[in-house]
Write a protein that binds this ligand. Structure first.
Ligand code: SR1
Ligand code: MG
Length: 438
């Protein structure tokens, strides 16, 4: 009888993978069995562990040996919305190839790819369950001493070495072509650079925030600046970007940093990756009055986030400069002063893109736990109000925010206790219905 079951298993395993099908925790085990990645396959178990917006993520492990791995599979639609938002499966190829590309430059800072399957739109990779998702760690008030150095390194190497600064022209154009990613770029064009700045149905925010949001929608000067940032995102093929470098795309321990999820990878402006990274640190910073009520602890955690912003840029600048000297190929790289001008332009873009990300994470479709898990509604609204103000400030004034220190001054400016108290007491007058997300 048992051999009949085994034959049926084998037949099912042979079928899985022949054509695309979304995996379940049963079929993922059958799929993994046929790859012979585990020493033995009788005791495999699987669990869906994905909490992202787009994909299925399974952890598969051997109950006996504890050996484990991760299977990430693209669905033919955006999971956050459902079947009404179809989405290309090619993003799994992009993600796998981007991870391999990054591994060539920063092998210790990305998960190891074990297997890729274009038909099933999946990547099998190293299990990082011993790490914490950075967003969660930061919300919980944790600090990670190596983080800024690691992310600065990741950014400097991946951005410099994939750009025209380091690659011969034909090779770089071939990479632009390989990483053309129109459908995922369109998500960013809409969700970061368009919808939050207009009355669009994808936006989601509490009614009580409407006056502040509508005021922002009236701000023509802001819109002109956002339009220019969007234009840059649409056209500036400077380097191979991660494309979605937020704190939910980073796993950490006290000594390790792993950047995951580059399915949005494409050739775009360098400041976009750095800006998203800094924006998500800012979102955490601005949320802390909703999480840490102890003022001393909060001040300490905010200093840590400030340092992480400054150190990331310092590391990026330092390592980008070293690569400029050692790996640069364009003759203009030897012209005195060009490096400073180049980096200043990347910084200005960074500040503007950070502003757009802060705003869209506050009122757009893809919200963040930093803000949305703040339990007291009036505090959550006060924090969101600060995010809107600072986001618009960064976008409009990016050309006069010359350094991370100047950015941090603006960040600290949002914390004036008078302002926070004024915002919170203002929202205390709202009825419960107005706190609900529309
Ligand atoms: C429909 S996807 C929404 C967001 O999730 C991804 O992580 C990206 O940030 C995207 O903008
Ligand atoms: Mg993601």
């Amino acid at each position: 009888m048992e051999h009949v079951h085994r034959d049926a298993d084998v037949q099912m395993e042979q079928k899985i993978g022949a054509v695309y099908q979304a995996l379940t925790k049963q079929t993922v085990v059958a799929y993994i069995r046929q790859l012979h990645l585990f020493e033995a396959t009788e005791n495999l178990q699987a669990r869906e562990v994905g909490d992202g917006n787009l994909n299925l993520v399974f952890r598969v492990w051997d109950v006996q040996t504890k050996q484990s791995l991760i299977v990430k599979q693209a669905l033919p639609y955006a999971k956050i919305v459902g079947g009404s938002w179809p989405l290309t499966l090619d993003r799994a190829r992009i993600e796998g190839e981007a991870l391999q590309k990054e591994a060539a430059y920063v092998p210790d800072l990305v998960p190891k790819v074990i297997h890729m399957d274009g038909t099933m739109a999946l990547t099998v990779m190293e299990d990082l369950s011993h790490c914490t998702l950075l967003r969660k760690g930061l919300i919980d008030g944790q600090q990670y001493p190596c983080l800024a150095k690691h992310i600065g390194t990741f950014l400097a190497k991946t951005l410099f070495l994939t750009s025209d600064l380091a690659l011969p022209s034909l090779e770089k154009k071939a990479e632009v072509k390989r990483f053309i990613n129109p459908e995922l770029c369109k998500i960013t064009e809409e969700l970061i650079f368009t919808d939050p700045f207009f009355a669009h149905p994808t936006n989601r925010f509490p009614e009580a925030l409407r006056p502040a949001v509508e005021e922002m929608w009236q701000d023509t000067l802001l819109k002109i600046e956002v339009a220019q940032l969007k234009q840059k995102f649409l056209t500036a093929a400077e380097a191979l970007l991660h494309g979605d470098l937020h704190s939910g795309s980073v796993f950490v321990t006290q000594v390790e940093t792993k950047v995951i999820d580059p399915e949005f990878a494409f050739y775009g402006p360098m400041g976009f990756d750095i800006g998203l990274w800094i924006a998500n640190l800012i979102l955490n910073y601005l949320s802390q009055s909703g999480h840490l009520s102890d003022e001393v602890k909060r001040a300490k955690q905010q200093r840590y986030v400030e340092q992480t912003i400054t150190e990331t840029w310092q590391q990026f600048k330092l390592q980008f400069g070293d690569l400029w000297e050692s790996k640069g190929i364009d003759v203009f790289l030897k012209v005195a002063g060009y490096r400073l001008v180049y980096l200043q332009k990347v910084w200005t873009d960074t500040v503007g893109f950070a502003g757009c990300e802060v705003i869209r994470r506050t009122i757009g479709l893809a919200y963040v736990a930093d803000l949305d898990s703040i339990a007291k509604p009036e505090l959550q609204l006060a924090c969101k109000q600060k995010c809107l103000r600072l986001g618009a400030d960064l976008i409009k004034n990016r050309a006069s925010i010359h350094t991370p220190e100047e950015l941090i001054e603006r960040l600290q400016g949002t914390q004036s206790s008078d302002q926070v108290k004024r915002d919170a007491s203002h929202y205390r007058n709202y009825s419960p219905g107005q706190f609900a997300i529309a």
